[in-house]
Design a protein around this ligand. Structure first.
Ligand code: HSE
Length: 418
């Protein structure tokens, strides 16, 4: 069904919902009308008169004139109810809810197929960067080998502010919240969950593999201590939260989210503040780099707008790579070289988990180990350690990722404060 005139039912009028309203006012060429806006809280002050809103979701879901539902609410459970109800009623859906999408991708794929309606979600992954549509369309034929990137704006903003402007982690987080970058539960950002949800979406479109978020190993930025921040600064390196996925020769896909030390030569080095950056590597084109604002009202609204516009020519994701037999590489087999800082005196039990230790040091208070370890072993350490440990990726053990050549001495002479 071609949707020449798009009549929108909008759920949510927060940061992105209001942003979309503004952006639509400024793009009159797109034939769209927001007919109804549904919000939850009745007594909240909003930029439009109270009469512009309904509090009953059925006012949208049961309205036959509304052919597009735009879902921009915060609550993933309610979002799932709304999105599935809308698809079942034959309405096209645009959503930015990565948590909801990542947790329910198989059901949502089935509903799109059964009811023959599009569900678009460019805004759910890297906000203003059109990465989903590029993976879906452009990289359909060229063999994709890896995708790696900074996919969470808030944590990148926090890392930039704490490293470069000497403001505290708490202040930086507060500022990210004030700017409308952070999730309402910021642990989703700082704990690396949001990046993992986005990686689930990237995997579906990059490699045709649909996985549950729990299957992906992740560490956020909440373990990073002053020690690693100081070390990075001294060595002119930066710590970035990086989502990585690559295809192995046996066809399995390695996927994980970890803080990573990046050097000046790395394309991700200059991706600062709220920006996201994604590097793709394909067999023929070699590497390509996408960069853009990864959070905030207008960058996110711009991706929502692009999806709405795509509906007018009946665009839908075809998940062309879906029939592939690709599987996730087990954590026991994914090897990474990392720097693990810890504050346990007994470092020997930690070292036993490494398949190779390049260097280690410990004084009475802090210590570090540099070496190669499987993600499975790293998970064991994190789960079993009674003291905080902080892993920072140095390089993924995948040759085609071409890790930046930082000379050994600069990375490995880790100066521990005595
Ligand atoms: N909290 C998310 C981020 C919002 O900081 O990236 C955009 O998805």
């Amino acid at each position: 069904m071609k949707r020449n005139n798009l009549t929108i039912g909008l759920f949510g009028f927060g940061c992105v919902g209001y942003g979309l309203h503004e952006v639509l006012q400024k793009t009159p060429t797109l034939k769209t009308t927001i007919k109804t806006i549904c919000v939850k809280q009745k007594n909240k002050a909003r930029q439009l008169p109270q009469t512009a809103f309904t509090f009953d979701r059925n006012d949208i879901l049961n309205d036959p004139e509304i052919n597009v539902v735009v879902e921009l609410i915060d609550d993933a459970k309610a979002a799932y109810e709304i999105v599935t109800a809308a698809l079942r009623k034959g309405k096209a859906v645009v959503t930015a809810n990565k948590k909801m999408l990542a947790e329910h991708l198989p059901e949502l794929l089935a509903l799109q197929q059964e009811y023959k309606v599009p569900l678009l979600y460019e805004a759910a992954c890297c906000a203003s960067i059109p990465i989903i549509r590029n993976l879906e369309e452009y990289y359909d034929n060229d063999l994709l080998e890896s995708i790696e990137g900074i996919v969470n704006g808030s944590t990148n903003y926090i890392l930039t502010k704490t490293a470069e402007e000497n403001i505290s982690y708490e202040e930086a987080l507060l500022s990210a919240q004030k700017n409308g970058y952070a999730e309402s539960n910021p642990i989703l950002d700082t704990g690396g969950f949001d990046a993992k949800y986005k990686l689930v979406l990237l995997l579906a479109h990059a490699f045709g593999i649909v996985v549950q978020p729990e299957e992906i190993f992740h560490v956020g930025i909440d373990r990073i201590s002053n020690l690693e921040l100081q070390y990075a600064k001294e060595k002119e390196l930066k710590i970035k939260l990086v989502a990585t996925a690559y295809k192995n020769d046996d066809g399995t896909i390695a996927a994980f989210v970890l803080p990573k030390l990046v050097a000046k030569q790395d394309k991700l080095f200059r991706v600062d503040d709220v920006f996201n950056g994604v590097i793709t590597k394909t067999s023929f084109a070699d590497t390509q780099f996408f960069m853009g604002k990864g959070a905030g009202a207008h960058p996110t609204a711009s991706a929502v707008l692009s999806d709405i516009s795509a509906l007018s020519y009946d665009y839908r994701y075809e998940y062309k790579k879906r029939n592939s037999t690709e599987k996730l590489q087990p954590e026991t087999e994914i090897l990474v070289k990392l720097l693990l800082s810890h504050n346990t005196v007994d470092k020997n039990w930690l070292k036993a988990y490494f398949s190779e230790v390049v260097e280690s040091y410990a004084n009475r208070e802090v210590g570090y180990i540099i070496g190669t370890i499987s993600l499975y072993a790293l998970r064991q350490i994190i789960e079993k350690s009674r003291h905080p440990v902080s892993p920072i990726l140095l390089e993924a053990m995948k040759p085609s990722l071409q890790p930046v050549a930082v000379d050994d001495t600069s990375v490995y002479d880790f100066a521990v404060v005595e």
